[in-house]
Design a protein around this ligand. Structure first.
Ligand code: HEM
Length: 147
């Protein structure tokens, strides 16, 4: 008869580490909500007159871009690390150097993201935290060196 497993008799076997998920990923509602956020973000980029300029920097077909941003945001918010497994370190500033990004582009990007967050991110505290974090990143990505 197989004896029941007794951890004391197997000192080399440690209990599995608890899976601690990042609270942001849970608070936003996981992958489903991140997908909605990205859908709405590109909807606004496609339709807001202020976003015409940054929309033109993107591929005509946004399906690949959407998928990459979904994976990036999942990882950024503490979910599974699929983005870096597939694409390596984000190096966002470097990856955006090929696009002219100044204050107007940063603000247009933020306008699309804020409109999407207003619809999708229900938790007010998280929405404010994300707003700050997105702004910091968007400003860091700016490459025109103008005030
Ligand atoms: C500041 C204004 C921004 C502009 C104008 C901009 C524009 C772009 C463009 C044109 C692409 C290429 C996509 C394509 O070819 O279809 C791209 C890729 C990307 N952007 Fe931005 N972006 C901005 C800010 C941001 C911010 C704030 C984030 C993250 C918080 C971000 C995350 C990404 C990611 C993850 C990719 C894909 C990178 C990869 O290839 O792995 N972008 N962006």
């Amino acid at each position: 008869m197989t004896k029941p497993f007794s951890p004391e008799q197997h000192p080399g076997l440690r209990p599995l580490p608890q899976i601690i998920s990042n609270p942001h990923f849970d608070t936003i509602g996981g992958e489903v909500q991140i997908r909605s956020l990205v859908e709405r973000f590109y909807f606004f980029m496609d339709t807001l007159p202020e976003a015409v300029g940054i929309r033109a920097l993107h591929e005509a077909d946004l399906s690949h871009t959407k998928e990459v941003l979904v994976k990036f945001l999942i990882e950024w918010l503490g979910g599974p690390k699929v983005y870096s497994a597939e694409r390596g370190h984000p190096r966002l500033r470097q990856k955006h150097l090929t696009f002219p990004i100044g204050v107007a582009e940063r603000d247009a990007w933020m306008q699309c993201m804020r409109s999407a967050m207003d619809e999708v991110v229900v938790d007010v505290t998280l929405r404010q935290q994300l707003d700050q974090a997105f702004f910091k990143t968007a400003d860091f990505i700016r490459n025109d060196n103008k005030e």
